[in-house]
Design a protein around this ligand. Sequence first.
Ligand SMILES: C[S@@+](CC[C@H](N)C(=O)[O-])C[C@H]1O[C@@H](n2cnc3c(N)ncnc32)[C@H](O)[C@@H]1O
Ligand code: SF4
Length: 376
Amino acid sequence: MGEQGDRRELTEERVCWMSDSGPQLALARILGSDRHTDLQTVGFHLREFVRCTTPLKLANLAMAKMQRWLRRSRVVGMPTQYFIDPINMCNLRCPLCPTGRGVLARPPGRMALADLKGVVDEIAPYAYRVELYNWGEPLLHPEIFEMIAYVSQRPISVGLSSNLNHLDDNMARRLVTSGLSQLVVSIDGATQESYEAYRRRGRLDVVLKNLELLLETRRALKLCGPFIIWRMLVGKHNEREIEAVRTMASEMGVDAFAIGPLFVDTKDPKQVEQWVPSDPRYSPYACTISELENTWHCRDLWESMVINWDGGVAPCCWLHDPQFDFGNVRHQTVQEIWNGPSYVSARRVISRHEEEPNGVSTICHRCRGHPHYMAY
Ligand SMILES: C[S@@+](CC[C@H](N)C(=O)[O-])C[C@H]1O[C@@H](n2cnc3c(N)ncnc32)[C@H](O)[C@@H]1O
Ligand code: SF4
C-alpha cells in the first residue's frame, strides 16, 4: 500500500455514468473513450495530445469528424485511433468474455512484431492513439515492450488494459520505461471472493502486489508515466463494493479510478439475471427501445479501426469472429480497407439507413449502432 502522503482523493472517472440515463450509460462505451473528469487526467490527455500532434494528424482528425457529421460513406483520410490486438489468449477465464469462455471464433495466436511494424509504418502519419489490446492479455505477448516502444516513438499515444496477474520486477521496469502512455488495470472487487466471481483464476493479492510494484518502479525511476487507471466493471456481484474498491484504489495511489458497465448477452436470460446490476444506475440495459432508436452513436466507422493478431480488420472492438472482418492488412493496405466495399456499405447503412447499396452486407447491418444488444 502507498504511504499516507501518497493518498489522494480520487474523483471517479465517470466512464459510463455521466448521467442516470440508460442509453447514455450504454452508449458511452460505444462513443469510444473513457471520460476523464479530474484535472490530473485532463492534464495527461492534453500532454499526450500535444506530444502526438502534427498538422497532418490534426487535419485528418478534423476531416474524420466532419465526414461523420456529413454522413459520408467514402472518406478522405485515415482512422485516428486503432485497437491492435497483439494476442487473443489469456490466463484468466472471465465468464462473459469470449476469450475467457473459450468461445472466440478467431483462432488463438500472437501478432508478429514485423506485422505490427508494417501497420504502424502506414498509420503513423495519421494516428493519435493505439490501444495495444483487444481480446487477450497483452502482457502475455513476449514482445509487448518492443511493440509499445515502436508505436510510442512514432509518436503515437499507446494504451494497454491488463488483468495484471502476470508481472515480475523485470517486466515492471520494462513496462514503465517502454513509452506506454496509459495502463488500465482491471480490478473488479475488494475481496478475493468478489474479484474471482468475474476474474476467474485471478488472484487479488497478486494483482495488488503487482500494481504496487509498478507504482514503486515508476516512483523509483522518477517517471510520470504511464498514467495508471484502476478500472472496475460493475455487475450484480460487486455493485455494493464500489466505495470499498474506490478506497483501495485511492490508498494504492493510482492516478485515477474508473467504473465501467458489464455487458452481457441480452438474449441469454440466465446471464441477465446473474450479472446485470440490480441498481439501474449501473445497468447499461436500463433504457427503453425508443430511447435507443433515437440515438445514433457509432463513430467507429469514421474514426477508428480494429486490427486483430492475424491481420483481420474489424469495424469495432466488440467483434471477434473473422467472418465479420472487413479486410486483412496482411494483403491489403489500411487505406484500401478503410474505403473498401465493407466500410462504405456499413457507413451508408448506419448513417443513412440505406440497405446494401453496393451489395455488401456487413455485421453493421445487424448491429445498427447497438453492439451491446447483440450476441455474436
Ligand atoms: C477483453 S479485455 C482484454 C484486456 C485484459 N485482459 C483485461 O481484462 O483488462 C478488454 C477490456 O474488456 C473489459 N471487459 C471484459 N469483460 C467485459 C464485459 N463483459 N463487459 C464489459 N467490458 C468487459 C475488460 O475489463 C478490459 O478492460
Ligand atoms: S482477463 Fe481480459 S481477456 Fe482475459 S478472460 Fe478476462 S476480460 Fe477476457
